[in-house]
Design a protein around this ligand. Structure first.
Ligand code: SAH
Length: 212
């Protein structure tokens, strides 16, 4: 998802109290941003952020960080959150590659990946957010007994991800090729923007929960 470059986006990000601009300054101290010691969950590639805002609204005792690399997309999330303010959410406009540089070991309690870019060409496999390279980055910042949840309607990406989980030595705790018809895994499911769009077109949604 890459929207047109919106000049207002840079200003809005610079001025928003929800965006952490000095993200290199908080390694090991992210809890201080929220002023409490609640668990810290992150969505990587949050797009317009509706999933994360819904989660934050349902779980005031958990802090949420939304990562989105494009300012023009993050801008949409900022417009939304101004309408329904939340204390327990902040946004980072970064490429997820830098996570190990800005978070201490085990600082994150949970990671969500939803409808990540498929990067279909083989030579771009390392850019997929479920590649072994990215799993190694999450391994550093996710607490030892933390879980990662991944949803997509892209079956080739999902199958690739299943292989990477094994290759990276992670554990596949549960998975489904049709989340919305999986009685157990669908309990409490919060739909993302892409999930709503693709499932309404008849695409089944795949989901995996993994840990080490
Ligand atoms: N999670 C949302 C949006 C999915 S689109 C939903 O399910 O509706 C994927 C999003 O991930 C895009 O907005 C894209 O810009 C972002 N993204 C892709 N690679 C990224 C990376 N390396 N770091 C941060 N964000 C990334």
């Amino acid at each position: 998802m890459r929207l047109r470059n919106i000049p207002a986006a840079a200003n809005a990000i610079a001025e928003s109290e929800y965006c952490v601009l000095d993200y290199t300054e908080h390694k090991g101290e992210w809890k201080e941003i929220f002023g409490n010691s609640h668990p810290l969950a992150m969505e990587i590639g949050m797009g317009k952020g509706r999933f994360l805002m819904d989660l934050a609204r349902h779980n005031p005792e958990i802090n949420y960080l939304g990562v989105e690399r494009y300012g023009s997309v993050l801008y949409r999330a900022l417009q939304k959150i101004e309408e329904y303010p939340l204390d327990n959410i902040r946004f980072l406009c970064i490429n997820a590659e830098v996570l190990p540089e800005i978070f201490a070991e085990g600082e994150l309690d949970k990671i969500y990946l939803n409808f990540s870019d498929p990067w279909p060409k083989d030579r771009h496999a390392k850019r997929r957010l479920t590649s072994r390279e990215f799993l190694a980055r999450y391994d550093k910042v996710l607490k030892k007994d933390g879980h990662l949840e991944f949803k997509t309607d892209n079956r080739p990406l999902f199958d690739f991800s299943l292989q990477e989980v094994e290759a990276a030595g992670w554990r596949l705790d549960s998975y489904t090729y049709d989340l919305h018809h999986d009685e157990k895994m669908n309990i409490g499911n919060i739909m993302t923007e892409y999930e709503e769009k693709f499932s309404s077109q008849g695409n089944p949604i795949c989901k995996m929960i993994i840990s080490r």
